[in-house]
Design a protein. Sequence first.
Length: 370
Amino acid sequence: MTTDTPLPRRTKFCPNCGTELPPGEVRFCIACGKAIAGAPPPPPPPPDPTPASGVPTVRLANAGVEQQVIGGTVKLPMSGAVPPGLWVLDEPPGALDVVAIYPPLRPVRDGWSGLVGRGWRAAGSEPKGQAMVFHFRAEVPWFPAEGCGRGLRLITEVAASSRTYDGRSRRGFRFGLHRDGPMQVIKAAWQDEHGQPVADRPIPQIQLMAPPRVPRVSDYQEEAALLVAREATLWVEGSQALGAYRLMRETLVQEHTPVGRGITLIGLREGREGESPWWARLLPGITATRYRVRIMNPFRCEWRQWKAQLRTITREAASLGLNLEPALAAEWWLDRNGYDGVIFTQAQDRYQVNQVVIAFRRAQLAQIKD
């Protein structure tokens, strides 16, 4: 009598973060990047892969992989992949190394998008049943730290697709947070510092990563506090944005500001005890709602200097392989340096007042209840 060996039970959810796993043999969680216990071992790598002998392996081809903070400033993927600008060895990556590249993705509500003209180009379409499938391509570079890796650059072509109903067209694609993006690596090749192809160099494994996503106003489920004047004064103690403010817009909504998403506030005159002026108390219906703003570590800048500062920020992002639009680069840089708001001075040219404050969250505001 023989006994059949029971097959191992397939894990449906990641034991680390609880994310539902896709069907099939899964070695890594697509959300947190952790290895799945009991998964089959990876196949052995080829002895010496070259661009001509095969397509580079895509590990965790997903833009929602968890990132951990290294040294408080640079974020690296938990899988150990090396992003652009951070390879510090003389020898370039080999077949057993994993590099991370950042396709040109933009954060949208609950997900990411890629658009033609913003890093992607159209690559044709084809019918599929009752739908049309549109294809897109993006060329994404990977490069080592300055003076390292023999100065070689890895140029990767990433493909993406999007489906729509027959008769309609697409200018890009979109996918949700913590989902596998509709992207894949289709080609990768080394170039030297002069842009000439380098043959017979092994291609490393390539991981697709989303650019840093900085949470701002609408990403938080929160509202401004409602406090009486004395409570609001105590609540705002330690803030670098003193005094009372009004919203630049009529309602407390997320705006697109020069420093990314935020809430723009303009200073108001007050009485000696922090209350509204006497004439405002007599005419409450025509005066603006007053707010206190709690910003502990603002970035201060004269308005006319911001354009030059933004160019510096964009160059710094590009040095780490981040092809970000100016507003997204500003969000990334301010978050990276620990700033929780911005104070523009001499801002008459844009705002018709000397000083404005830009907060990043509703929870930084307290409405004064007169």
